[in-house]
Every structure is written in C-alpha cells, then in structure tokens.
Design a protein around this ligand. Structure first.
Ligand code: AMP
Length: 143
C-alpha cells in the first residue's frame, strides 16, 4: 500500500492481550489489511471470530519473519510483545531498515520513553497510561 489512497497495511507483533485486541479492532475496518505475528500458535485463539486479517506463526525478531509479512509494504508496525527490548529492536529495524512510515512500540518501563523518542520511535507505555487513568478517576471521586 503506502499510496495513501486505500486503507492501511498494518503489522502487529505479538498476539497477546494487547496485540489481539488491537488486531481485532483494526480488522473491523475492511479497508485495513492486518497481519498479526506471534511465535505461539495458541496466541491466535485470542482473536475474535470476526477477525478478518492474516496470522503468521514465527519469531518476529528474525528479519526473515518480517520479510514474510511483507514489511516493505507496511504503512504501520506496532510491536506489542511482552519484552521491551524485543519491541524496540523490531521497531528500530522497521524504521531504520525498512522505512515503515509509522512505528509504535509497547514499552512497559516508562522511564525509557525519552531515549526511544529521540530515535524517532513512538512508544506507548500501558503502565503509564493506566496510572494516569487511575489518578484521574481517584481525583474525580475525591471532589
Ligand atoms: P502478553 O503477555 O499478553 O503481553 O502477550 C505477548 C505476546 O507476545 C505473547 O503471545 C508472546 O508469544 C508474543 N511474543 C513474545 N516474543 C515474541 C517474538 N519474538 N515474536 C513473536 N511473538 C512474540
């Protein structure tokens, strides 16, 4: 894709709780083409029956896996494995080697966020987002 005219070609690494939810939601828009990669076959059980994308069983830290997923055509790559270092390594390859326009990595450790933003990699820390939401609700109810 990468032509801006049709939907997006999106690769999601890791079909855990976060990756599966994201993949299912994104595949609801029939314009998007979604591929989710996980090294464990049973991880794909988390995808809802309405999931209309593709699945690849492989270790996504191997470059061959990314090539098989046609990373050269991807508009977006989201790395959501449970390992920060794996996510960052894949994000760096996607950005620096394959020039994927939008790359986002899940980061459990919020303190590392600044370092990666300096490398041009967007990160999302579910830990920090949850803490902020808890804080907001606590303060709201405290009034
Ligand atoms: P969770 O523990 O719910 O955050 O899920 C993380 C998912 O990432 C699991 O399904 C793992 O099997 C998957 N995962 C971890 N490392 C890799 C990897 N190198 N390649 C592909 N999937 C991975």
């Amino acid at each position: 894709m990468r032509d801006g005219k049709s939907g997006k070609y999106i690769i999601i690494i890791g079909c855990g709780r976060l990756g599966a939810f994201l993949a299912s939601s994104l595949s609801e828009s029939k314009q998007n083409s979604v591929v989710v990669i996980d090294k464990k076959e049973e991880a794909f059980d988390r995808l809802g029956s309405s999931y209309s994308g593709f699945t690849i069983i492989a270790d996504a830290s191997e470059i061959e896996t990314l090539r098989n997923a046609k990373i050269q055509k991807a508009d977006v790559l989201v790395a959501t494995t449970n390992h920060d270092n794996t996510n960052i390594m894949i994000a760096q390859i996607a950005k620096g080697f394959f020039n994927v326009p939008k790359v986002i990595a899940r980061l459990t450790e919020p303190a590392k966020e600044k370092v990666y933003s300096e490398l041009g990699i967007d990160t999302i820390s579910p830990t920090a987002l949850s803490a902020m939401e808890f804080y907001r609700i606590i303060m709201e109810n405290g009034e």
